[in-house]
Design a protein around this ligand. Sequence first.
Ligand SMILES: NC(=O)c1ccc[n+]([C@@H]2O[C@H](COP(=O)([O-])OP(=O)(O)OC[C@H]3O[C@@H](n4cnc5c(N)ncnc54)[C@H](O)[C@@H]3O)[C@@H](O)[C@H]2O)c1
Length: 404
Amino acid sequence: MTKPRLRFFETAAGQQHITDGDKYLYQQPQPSHKIVVIGTGTIGQEHMRVASLLGRAQVHGIYDTQEHSLDVAEANYKTYASNTLVRYADLAAACNDSNADALFICTPNYTHYEILQVAIKSGKPIFLEKPMATDLQDAAATIAISEAYSSFIQIGLQYRYKAQYIEAFHEALSRRSLGEIKTISMSEYRPPFLDKVGQWNKFNANSGGTLVEKCCHYFDLINLLAQSQPTKVYASGGQAVNFKDFEHQGRASDIDDHAFVVIDYANGTRANFTLNMFCHEFTEELVVTGTQGRLVAKEVFNFHQQQGSRATVAIESGESAASRQTEVTYPALIEQSGHHGATYYEHIAFMDQLDGKPVEAATPLQGLWSMIVASAAQESMALGQAVEISPFMTANGLAGFLNH
Ligand SMILES: NC(=O)c1ccc[n+]([C@@H]2O[C@H](COP(=O)([O-])OP(=O)(O)OC[C@H]3O[C@@H](n4cnc5c(N)ncnc54)[C@H](O)[C@@H]3O)[C@@H](O)[C@H]2O)c1
């Protein structure tokens, strides 16, 4: 029998008389792995929380260049876990702790490639946050590293695990409810980039640009649905509202806050992506249309009303099959643990990879393709004209990845 996880009863006051010896359904999994988290800011702490909630790995140690981030992460960790965290004197010590068996790199984008150089010397499995690098050259070098690496590198593109996209992929790609997919539309409407340590996300040089930093998630989803390589990207966008008067250490912010992107794929699929970052709430929408129907996957997160996110998937099939609209969600504890539960399922994939099982987590190559679309869109915005992917890749030293 596969035991269901019944956290509600495990933690209910009225069930605390069950002694450890009598626990069967309430027995919590013993962590079989130990991880070190490098960068304990927003997402580093989310990974600590999610790893503990899942229970398959214990957070063994933490490393950050800012003492305050370590202090806050440790104080928060103590509210839900009991082990003492190891703190390291330097990055090499964090990567090479023989008591830990995997590394989570959760530092700002511009540090990923440099930190990876130290991390790979450990030979340990690595989780590397998205985007894998700030430019295509470092991203391609990361692929070369991962191909030569004795262990695996998983990229933090976890939106594919959001409940509505798991269902959308199932309908569009496994059940093929929409027939042959012809168009894909994706949009994100959201508030501005949040505050960060050193305000790294306000500068293109640190983040790789808005479309690379944030929208690589959506280009990954679109690439997965199109099941083909992009051939041409056209984009228009800029900085209309956000951070126009923002300066950090005398440097003015240069990041875009809105964009419209159109992508042509080799198999004839056409896609578009809309970004607007001067909204009051979060809304994400994916519309996929095929020869047999249309699918709309939508998520609304109204944080001003302190409402959790609500996600729905609708399928319109006309006379060809049943149409429906369903609300999709994960259990509340998982939903609230970060990115509406997506990070939790990303951790399951990482733990499964550690245990040698096949998974559908983001590979470095998929991370590179999400960056190719994002970077081509940024190039198109800068040039004011369409960017053909093949010459764009050749110009960036990526010709070897065409048809890869
Ligand atoms: N997958 C997702 O949905 C998601 C969400 C948020 C952030 N991210 C990514 O995670 C990374 C971190 O973002 P964040 O929001 O947590 O930023 P943050 O600023 O909140 O935290 C980053 C932390 O890294 C530390 N740091 C900076 N340079 C370091 C170095 N060289 N060595 C060790 N620590 C260092 C900072 O002191 C800070 O504590 C970025 O790459 C970002 O794109 C991913």
